[in-house]
Design a protein around this ligand. Structure first.
Ligand SMILES: C[S@@+](CC[C@H](N)C(=O)[O-])C[C@H]1O[C@@H](n2cnc3c(N)ncnc32)[C@H](O)[C@@H]1O
Length: 386
């Protein structure tokens, strides 16, 4: 990876500590770790993982840019959809995986302007470091609303209202599976002679094998096809069937319906790493300093939710969803020709354009007890593709 920026000596020491912790875990596990466990440690090992240690992560000074980091118009458009779901369920928001807290601030300020502030805005984030950043950002950017915000330690037992998550599912651990002539293999990680990592596979078993067999048959996968399956995403989606009383989940992420996810074009899968705005496919590089993600198989999300009694309320591209939620009206509210307008126009282009985030990113809404068709899917709902 000789074209990537060199980390500072401190960052390299940090990365080596995580590498050593994982090497020890591999040894303790008998020499092999599933990729999903490896990915979980890369991202969430206490005090060492990418999300759980102090890396900058989001924005221009970080490793990647997410929609809320681009412009407040994203949250302002999304707020309209939140308001509709809250009016039909309960005035409560839960944001899962809130990152820097930008989206929370934009949503709260927009909902305040619309006269429909939630009674509570709950945040659930695995990262203690990010919780602190979220708290500080809200205290600075919307101090008068901080009292409505509370942080949860786990999913609520029962919930009514709206759950929102931007780029959460792609950050959940995934297994890597290879469909081979002699059966389905699970790819995992072992140590090489130099104290680094190397790929190592064994026959898949249990729930992963079952999922891989189903996908292989549905998508007629040829031998040699490799891709990811996230049992964590499925488990998280089905959990809501037991917890959501009335309301909706709005999940925004990059990914595809199953038949596109497991398509010949993607015969090496969707695993991607982000380091200082460079994208590459090597998860062994600089453990703890780079983001590691996989795309979302949205068919698995709705199948898991359906199995626990939830309904599909809508599925469309991010671009279509934001247009339906009136992002262009919001843009038109900014004085034409000002630097703010120029900046906002560029950001809205990035959010909407098919070759940028408009088409690869999708919005799926899943819920219970919501009778009104959702505003964000009024035009161009593609639920049939799942
Ligand atoms: C890619 S970041 C997205 C952050 C933010 N939503 C944004 O769009 O900028 C993923 C976030 O999800 C959090 N996260 C990952 N898995 C989670 C889980 N199971 N429960 C709660 N938070 C989680 C991470 O700590 C991080 O804040």
């Amino acid at each position: 990876m000789n074209n990537l920026p060199i980390p500072t000596p401190e960052a390299q020491v940090h990365s080596q500590r995580l590498q050593q912790a994982i090497v020890e875990e591999i040894a303790a596990a008998g020499g092999w770790l599933s990729f999903s466990r490896f990915m979980e440690q890369l991202l969430y090992a206490p005090g060492l993982g990418y999300y759980t240690a102090g890396a900058r992560k989001f924005g221009a000074a970080g490793d990647f840019v997410t929609a809320p980091e681009l412009t407040a118009l994203f949250g302002q458009a999304l707020a309209r959809q939140l308001a509709q779901v809250m009016a039909d369920s309960a005035p409560i928001v839960l944001e899962v995986g809130a990152g820097s807290g930008r989206l929370a601030v934009d949503l709260l300020l927009a909902l305040e302007q619309m006269g429909c502030l939630p009674d509570h805005y709950f945040i659930l984030d695995l990262s203690a470091d990010l919780r602190q950043r979220q708290q500080q950002h809200i205290a600075t950017a919307a101090p008068h609303l901080l009292a409505r915000v509370a942080w949860l330690d786990g999913l609520p037992e029962e919930f009514s209202g709206v759950v929102v998550a931007n780029e959460l599912l792609d950050a959940m651990p995934a297994s890597i599976v290879a469909w081979r002539e002699d059966g389905i293999h699970e790819r995992g990680v072992s140590c090489d002679a130099g104290g680094g990592f190397k790929w190592n596979e064994r026959l898949a078993s249990g729930a992963l094998l079952q999922a891989a067999e189903e996908i292989g048959a549905q998508c007629s996968l040829p031998p040699g096809f490799e891709s990811e399956i996230s049992l964590a995403v499925r488990a998280w989606s089905s959990e809501w069937g037991h917890r959501l009383k009335k309301g909706a989940l709005l999940l925004i992420d990059y990914g595809f319906p199953r038949r596109e996810f497991y398509h010949q074009q993607r015969g090496r899968g969707t695993l991607m790493c982000h380091y200082r705005h460079h994208a590459h496919p090597d998860p062994f590089y600089l453990p703890g300093l780079q983001d590691v993600t996989v795309h979302v198989d949205f068919t698995s999300v709705i199948a898991a939710a359906h199995a626990t009694g939830l309904d599909l309320l809508g599925y469309t591209s991010q671009g279509q969803f934001l247009l339906n939620c009136g992002i262009l009206d919001r843009l038109a509210g900014i004085t034409n020709g000002t630097p703010e307008y120029v900046r906002a126009t560029g950001a809205v282009n990035t959010l909407l354009m098919p070759h940028e985030m408009g088409e690869l990113f999708k919005v799926i809404a899943i819920g219970r007890g919501i009778d009104e068709p959702l505003l964000g899917f009024a035009s161009g709902d593609q639920g049939w593709r799942l």
